[in-house]
Design a protein around this ligand. Structure first.
Ligand SMILES: Cc1cc2nc3c(=O)[nH]c(=O)nc-3n(C[C@H](O)[C@H](O)[C@H](O)COP(=O)(O)OP(=O)(O)OC[C@H]3O[C@@H](n4cnc5c(N)ncnc54)[C@H](O)[C@@H]3O)c2cc1C
Length: 501
């Protein structure tokens, strides 16, 4: 019997993981990726002998035994020989002359926070208690919710126990409400240094709890190497990967069934099922008609206050020295380099000394991220119409950032060189990302009670959506889980049962 063919649009982490699970389930899978390298936003590139890593600061699911870890292992993202790099701190926040570190040793963090701000002691103890409770939280990654039977639901409720209790404790609150419980400005900053102010109130305790649980390591080799491992596994299982080719449209027959895809070179490729693992902003309006979008996504795109997206201005510097002034990820005030109201007042500086192969011997690479509001997209996409003006503005801001780093860390004076500068426009051009954001929309206290979009396309039975937008606020775990779920959904449509490990 001929195997059924699944065509996957997009070779980011979601599409790649979908490809591996499709092959494991006995389908013939083909992935079509517009770029020449697989990985989408989970990638990296080389400049002047340095490697710029674009993505993984923190990979949830590095702890063996969790459902998410099984996906990373099954897909080949983490192999037996993949070393997981860990750090003793999540990040360091600095304001004026005060400094706080989020240590892996949560008791130490608690002590240091109380020493910094004794008047916040009650709230600090409450927050740290919630972080400890969050250490037990696991992301459900076994099956899509509509496929869970009574036994699965019962098992999930047990593993979700602590998550549900944290969510209940923060019901109706966002990160701004959490920040406002503290008097000390640095504690408030430290919370929003990781979680946007509009995100739900439990985002910070959940994230820090995940880190102190020992999860959230970085696979050695970084983002691009991880994506290429999944591609290798996919191809090793017989899957076919086509890079450097964009999918233009999904072709339907008279009965509104998808029969294949057309490619940018004009070819038509036939398939039995299509998985759209690209940004939903591209899927609806390009691959399929906009009027097939489900009501949740319509609301997301229309109601910008309830579902914000953000952006980033990033610079990579080479450092002609091995002196490490940062010791990991460092958050500082960016007031001197702010160039508009919608630029965050904080910026992150990170060095990659944990990956000696990313820089020539005796040198380092450091990268800076400046968070942008949604207007950042309007600004950079408008400026991009004049390429020279865009380039000059990027270099001007990068130069200001360099001066600021040199002022804060005088040991870097005369040793920094700009390697590359990128904006939300970069992610839009490279990945077709909505407003150039690298994650999915944020769920806020103004979002609908059910803010999750349908993974199906109205009126077309054999298209399934994957990708981080199916599971906001996105990130690598969402992308991978939705890749696996897309194949489980297709199996249900075919009436087949395949149990994955
Ligand atoms: C700077 C940065 C730091 C990050 N840090 C972290 C982190 O520490 N931890 C974490 O969990 N996440 C992090 N993320 C987020 C993470 O990278 C994304 O959530 C994840 O990679 C999204 O995967 P995806 O497959 O859903 O989407 P994408 O990566 O966007 O993949 C979609 C793919 O579809 C392709 N495509 C689009 N249109 C077409 C078309 N018409 N035809 C063919 N192909 C098409 C795109 O080129 C792309 O490869 C970070 C992202 C960035 C940019």
């Amino acid at each position: 019997m001929n195997k059924q063919k699944i065509l996957i649009v997009g070779g980011g982490i979601s599409g790649l993981v979908a490809g591996v699970y499709a092959q494991l389930a006995g389908f013939d899978a083909e992935i079509y990726e517009k770029n020449h390298v697989a990985g989408g936003e989970c990638t990296g590139w080389d400049r002047e002998g340095f490697h710029i890593d674009n993505c993984i600061h923190w990979l949830m699911g590095t702890t063996p035994g969790t459902e998410l870890n099984k996906i990373w292992r099954t897909s080949g993202a983490l192999g037996d020989d993949t070393k997981i790099l860990t750090s003793d701190s999540m990040y360091i926040s600095e304001l004026n002359s005060d400094r706080l570190t989020l240590w892996k040793d949560i008791d130490r963090t608690e002590r240091e926070m109380i020493a910094l701000s004794p008047e916040d002691e009650v709230e600090i103890r409450k927050l740290i208690a919630d972080c400890r409770k969050s250490e037990k939280v696991q992301i459900p990654a076994y099956k899509p919710s509509e496929l869970l039977n009574f036994r699965d639901l019962f098992k999930m409720l047990i593993t979700m126990g602590s998550a549900l209790s944290i969510m209940k404790a923060y019901k109706g609150q966002d990160t701004t409400d959490l920040m406002n419980k503290f008097k000390h400005p640095l504690i408030r900053c430290m919370i929003s240094d990781f979680c946007t102010k509009e995100s739900l109130g439990y985002s910070f305790p959940m994230a820090y709890g995940n880190f102190t649980s020992g999860d959230g390591g970085i696979p050695q080799g970084g983002s691009k190497a991880m994506a290429l491992r999944i591609q290798k596994k996919f191809e090793g299982l017989g899957g076919k990967m086509f890079t450097g080719i964009s999918v233009d449209k999904i072709v339907l027959n008279d009965a509104d069934r998808a029969i294949g895809i057309t490619l940018s070179d004009g070819r038509l490729v036939h398939g039995d099922y299509i998985v759209c693992a690209c940004d939903t902003d591209y899927t609806f309006g390009h691959l399929v008609d906009l009027n097939r979008m489900d009501p949740v996504l319509r609301d997301v795109y229309a109601n910008r206050k309830a579902y914000p997206v953000y952006g980033m201005f990033q610079v990579a510097f080479s450092v002609d020295s091995d002196i490490d002034c940062l010791k990991g990820e460092y958050m500082i005030d960016s007031a001197p380099v702010r160039f508009a109201d919608w630029v965050s007042e904080r910026m992150m500086i990170k060095n990659f000394n944990y990956e000696p192969s990313f820089a020539p011997e005796g040198k380092q690479i450091i990268q800076v991220m400046l968070g942008l509001g949604e207007e950042g997209w309007d600004y950079w996409s408008a400026l991009y119409k004049d390429k020279e003006a865009y380039r000059l503005r990027k270099m001007e801001i990068a130069g200001n950032i360099q001066s600021m780093i040199e002022r804060r860390f005088p040991k870097y004076v005369g040793r920094l060189k700009i390697l590359d500068v990128w904006t939300p426009m970069t992610y839009h051009r490279y990945c077709n990302a909505y407003k150039g954001y690298n994650q999915a929309y944020t769920i806020t206290k103004y979002s609908a009670e059910n803010p999750y979009p349908s993974p199906f396309v109205k009126g077309i039975d054999n298209i399934v959506l994957a990708g981080q937008w199916m599971s906001p606020p996105g990130g690598l775990p969402s992308a991978a889980i939705q890749g696996k779920f897309a194949i489980q959904r297709i199996l249900r449509k075919c009436g087949r049962k395949v149990k994955f490990d």
